[in-house]
Design a protein around this ligand. Structure first.
Ligand SMILES: *Cc1c(COP(=O)(O)O)cnc(C)c1O
Length: 400
């Protein structure tokens, strides 16, 4: 990661196709565009790559979540369960549609713990969002089985795991739908952008129309139709330049994953020198997108000493328990219900009454794991000098 490491002639060519026509809009301009529909082509190819029936491109991974939740019918009065280790966008999207995020523990996969999920389901639960954090799968089959039993749809937040699979089946294709992000630091990037995949044609039609101000897409789903409308919408349309870059990056995705797997294996060997180290549970090692290497030490103190030593050698790792964007107790704006809206919405009712109160200590199992876990992003291109420096720093840290 990220895909911009390997921008090249392919991306330039795709972009020039668009600039040559002058059409940046994904719809209309029939004659002028000379048959070039990059966003539509990207949707079809991305869905096909994931062995999924339909793809819906949108402006970001965040809006992908919002569009999917809306098309699933989620809104005020509903609860949506997600994990307390994720990027803020996951729960922002839940609040954005007016629903209440309910947080669930992560287990040794560093993703949703099915045992805790079971405890969090209520009459109000209308969607479950497992997140495939750091390029590797949640226990998605168990989660889908629990959800099916309770007749609750699963939306997979696959923002960080494009190209990852379990037994050959792509993450994002296990639930009712799966969302992806192509922001500037993701495995494949279009600068900003997102995608939703699904096998459910009706759901796809709703997403397609909602993301385009409700324009009916009757005649040819994915294009505009009779200009009627079934419901209110908004604008989350991807533009042609993003679709063009997406096509070039998608063609490189398998190569990106293969390069990362190779680099990760080398770094993993170096990390293995640290006494007592263990690695995150990977449900399918072969299907790992290998975007990150995640390792856990025996206790918090040891972990912080090891990272101090690594930092001193210019090889510090990320500790997500300290990172303020990805872990529940660090989301003070959520915990303290901070909103720019006069009434305090989405945290408060119009009268000022709090809709929900969060306890920063509510996820002890996740905290105990993440406090002693370190993470290295895996580059697509890792030169041998950098690997040598990191190996040396890890050797030194292993003596602590
Ligand atoms: C990046 C990310 C998003 C949001 O994607 P954007 O394209 O940046 O809006 C959502 N969920 C997770 C887990 C992410 O990492």
């Amino acid at each position: 990661m990220p895909g911009f490491e390997i921008f090249g002639e392919e991306e330039k060519k795709e972009i020039m196709d668009v600039l040559d026509t002058g059409v940046l809009f994904r719809y209309e301009f029939g004659e002028q565009r000379k048959g070039i529909y990059k966003v539509k082509e990207f949707e079809e190819k991305f869905a096909h790559y994931c062995n999924s029936s339909f793809g819906q491109a949108v402006t970001s991974g965040s809006t992908a979540l919002k569009v999917a939740l809306t098309a699933l019918g989620i809104g005020p009065g509903d609860e949506v369960i997600t994990q307390g280790f994720t990027f803020v966008a996951t729960w922002e999207a839940i609040l954005e549609v007016g629903a209440i995020p309910v947080f669930c523990e992560v287990d040794s996969t560093l993703n949703m713990d099915p045992a805790d999920l079971l405890k969090k389901i209520t009459q109000k639960t209308k969607c479950i969002i497992p997140v495939h954090m750091l390029g590797a799968p949640a226990r998605i089959k168990e989660i889908v089985a629990i959800a099916d039993k309770n007749q609750i749809p699963v939306l997979e937040d696959t923002a960080q795991a494009a190209g990852a699979r379990i037994d050959g089946k792509h993450l994002g294709s296990f639930g009712r739908c799966g969302t992806f992000s192509f922001d500037s630091v993701k495995t494949m990037t279009t600068g900003e952008g997102g995608m939703i995949i699904t096998d459910d044609e009706e759901l796809w039609k709703s997403m397609s129309e909602y993301h385009d101000h409700g324009h009916d897409h009757k005649v040819n789903p994915g294009a505009r139709g009779g200009e009627g409308r079934r419901f209110i919408g908004f604008n989350y349309r991807m533009m042609e330049l993003q679709g063009a870059i997406g096509l070039a990056q998608l063609a490189k995705l398998n190569g990106i994953v293969a390069a990362q797997q190779k680099n990760k294996a080398q770094l993993k060997e170096a990390v293995s020198a640290i006494p007592g180290v263990s690695f995150r549970t990977l449900i399918d090692e072969q299907g790992d997108s290998a975007t990150f290497l995640t390792f856990t030490l025996q206790d918090r103190q040891h972990c912080s000493k090891v990272n101090d030593s690594l930092k001193a050698d210019g090889c510090g790792a990320i500790n997500f328990a300290e990172n303020s964007w990805h872990f529940y107790p660090k989301w003070e704006h959520l915990l303290e219900a901070k909103s720019p809206v006069r009434t305090g919405y989405p945290f408060n009712e119009p009268g000022g009454k709090k809709r929900i109160v969060y306890d920063p200590k509510a996820l002890p199992q996740s905290a105990a794991l993440l406090e002693r876990t370190l993470v290295y992003p895996i580059p697509i291109k890792m030169d041998s000098n950098r690997l040598a420096v990191m190996s040396q720093a890890l050797q030194k840290a292993s003596l602590i």
